[in-house]
Design a protein around this ligand. Structure first.
Ligand code: ADP
Length: 308
């Protein structure tokens, strides 16, 4: 979301933690359902540290129950994670009437922002981005954490254009294998476009496999510019999801596909028990015989990079 579309009260110019660490707030980064996010510089003992962070500000006027629920899960889960492709959680504190979360700054916005400008990405970009998402998902699943809301809007880009998975508001912690069965989630959540079909089945829970489905949806979306089960209403999306059918647009100048990418996506958009795990995903042909760039230039936010 661009800062020009944010209509929220500006945060106080200085926000101070009980420990004395303070943050001098700067420009707006974005606005979500529960929070606004601003750039901020950390000050220690009134001295600037040069560390620029993302300060997520959660207003306490919001419905307290909802807020509390969202926040407690997000903090509990997020504060334990350390991975190069997951937004680093630094701390959370309250100041005056708001709650603040201090996060690693992702200065290049989200993949959703990038798609808005570019419509679709080149195959080398998709390879690099999907590999990074798979690394983060492998890390999470190894710890029995299901993100449950993987989508281009929750995949942020740092100053080096590396992916950082963020927004752990819906993540579920599935503690042990045995508990996993007991705890299989039955609640409806997630953005409809990225929902795995098993979530629609009443009474059937869902687990890590929903994130693998979402990786398939993300790969398709990065290449085509819209989600495979895209429709104008929720109901239509559900109908498409239930039927499990999606189509690829004609190969043309307006999309960016290859037979290998189509095959990768089709291996992921299948019933849950058939979906490949992150390690298997990245060993797919799509990533093996073709070019995977070591970095994506910042100019890629605006226009397609020229690859060798
Ligand atoms: P919510 O949980 O309310 O949906 P988000 O976590 O999506 O809030 O954050 C709202 C917006 O703030 C995002 O869409 C994004 O534009 C921006 N944002 C969030 N986290 C970061 C970050 N770490 N770095 C830069 N911008 C961020």
């Amino acid at each position: 979301m661009s800062s020009s579309s944010i209509h929220a009260d500006p945060p106080p110019p200085v926000v101070t933690e009980a420990s004395g660490i303070s943050y001098v707030t700067g420009s707006a980064l974005g606005k979500g359902g529960f929070a606004i996010c601003h750039r901020a510089e950390r000050y220690d003992s009134n001295r600037p540290t040069g560390q620029i962070v993302a300060l997520k500000i959660v207003k306490s006027q919001m419905e307290p129950k909802k807020l509390e629920q969202k926040f407690v899960t997000e903090l509990q889960i997020h504060s334990k994670l350390t991975h190069p492709n997951i937004v680093t959680f630094y701390r959370a504190f309250s100041f005056q009437t708001s709650t603040y979360v201090v996060l690693e700054l992702c200065s290049n916005g989200s993949l959703a922002d990038m798609l808005k400008k570019r419509r679709y990405l080149t195959l080398p970009e998709i390879r690099r981005l999907v590999i990074q998402v798979c690394g983060a998902v492998k890390y999470l699943h190894h710890r029995h954490i299901v993100h449950r809301d993987l989508k281009t809007g929750n995949l942020f880009l740092d100053h080096n254009m590396n992916v950082k998975v963020g927004d752990f508001g819906l993540a579920a912690l599935l503690v042990t294998e045995r508990e996993m069965e007991v705890r299989r989630r039955t609640t409806m959540c997630g953005t409809p476009n990225y929902l795995a079909p098993e979530i629609l089945e009443k009474g059937k829970g869902h687990d890590e496999k929903v994130d693998l489905w979402a990786i398939g949806v993300i790969a398709y979306t990065l290449a085509v510019g819209k989600a495979p089960f895209h429709a104008s209403t929720k109901e239509e999306i559900y109908k498409k999801l239930r039927s499990g059918t999606y189509t690829w647009p004609e190969l043309s100048a307006t999309t960016n596909q290859s037979a290998d990418l189509r095959d990768l996506v089709s291996s992921l958009l299948v019933p849950e028990e058939q979906r490949p795990l992150p390690d298997m995903i990245v060993s797919h042909q799509f990533f093996r015989v073709a070019y995977v760039p070591e970095r994506i230039p910042e100019t890629a936010k605006e226009k397609p990079p020229v690859w060798p």
